[in-house]
Design a protein around this ligand. Structure first.
Ligand SMILES: Nc1ncnc2c1ncn2[C@@H]1O[C@H](COP(=O)(O)OP(=O)(O)O)[C@@H](O)[C@H]1O
Ligand SMILES: [Mg+2]
Length: 280
């Protein structure tokens, strides 16, 4: 109760992990985020879903200031990242980010990909960085791959190395932007299993994903975005199982049955009670 924000967020323990207020972002004349308000509690797993171009990646990138918001505030663990006075590098260190493309250094082994940022950013010595790296590689099931170069790993293994690299920095929260979208279908499961175990351990996670079964099983809350705005949010059972808005229903229908989406949209009744048209 006595926590006071110190500017780097090391206090304010009771507050949300992420708090976004009135967030707008434009690229020239194009408004990509049209006023977003939402927050993520500590230990909460929130999945963001929505059509391509709806602003999901831009929202994530505004959270760690890879994009500068046009207006509004973003607060991460008590530190307002949109405050011009904030030490953004210090805030970013507390946020792990995993992208669709794994962004590993191709000329470094898995182990070296994990030790380099620890040494450069956190100033850990070689032995400590290697100890942490091996522990994190074990956590994602890749102990036997520490000497492999990215090109010698499958896409799923590379993405698990990328997750381990983020975890090696001891983040307080993790952002995932479609972490399985670039993977062959048979490799998706191993990456989702790692994410599920992180969620089970209490990691705060904001995940952009098209994996509805993952969202249903793991998310505490699902946020549906369209046109740069949050259309609806709630429990996965509510948003995915009984969407209130036509835009959410048509998005989910398109995901489930791409070929018959238009028919399904036309037939969609409230709460998805419409009969699914059979194959033509
Ligand atoms: N750096 C940029 N410059 C110009 N337009 C951008 C930039 N980044 C994203 N956009 C545009 O913003 C919109 C939302 O993009 P994005 O946040 O990537 O959506 P999503 O992740 O939901 O697919 C798209 O129309 C995209 O073309
Ligand atoms: Mg995106």
């Amino acid at each position: 109760m006595t926590a006071v924000s110190t500017g780097d967020g090391s206090a304010a323990e009771g507050g949300p992990a992420i708090d976004v207020r009135g967030l707008r972002k434009s690229f020239g004349a194009l408004e990509v985020l049209a006023g977003i308000d939402f927050s993520v509690a500590r230990g909460e797993v929130v999945c963001v879903i929505g059509p391509s171009g709806s602003g999901k990646s831009t929202l994530l990138r505004c959270v760690n200031l890879l994009e500068e918001p046009t207006s509004g505030t973003v607060t991460v663990a008590g530190a307002e990242v949109t405050d011009p006075e904030v030490d953004i590098d210090r805030v970013r260190r507390r946020i792990g980010m995993v992208f669709q493309s794994f962004n590993l250094f191709p000329h470094l082994t898995a182990l070296e990909n994990l030790t380099l940022p620890q040494r450069r950013v956190l100033g850990r010595d070689k032995a400590e960085a290697a100890r942490v790296a091996r522990e994190r590689l074990a956590r994602v099931g890749l102990t036997d791959k520490e000497s492999a170069y990215p090109a010698q790993l499958s896409g799923g293994q590379q993405q698990r190395v990328a997750i381990a690299r983020a975890l090696a920095m001891d983040p307080e929260l993790m952002l995932f932007d479609e972490p399985t979208s670039a993977l062959d279908p048979e490799l998706v499961g191993d990456v989702l299993a790692v994410m599920r175990s992180l969620a089970d351990e209490g990691m705060t996670m904001l995940v952009v994903t098209h994996e509805m079964s993952f969202a249903k099983e793991v998310a505490d809350r699902v946020v549906f975005m369209d046109g740069g705005a949050i259309v609806e949010e709630g429990t996965p059972e509510r948003v995915i199982g009984a969407p209130r808005h036509a835009r959410t229903r048509s998005f989910l229908a398109r995901l489930l049955t791409p070929a018959t989406a238009e028919l399904t949209e036309a037939a969609a009744a409230p709460h998805g009670a419409g009969e699914r048209p059979g194959p033509a």
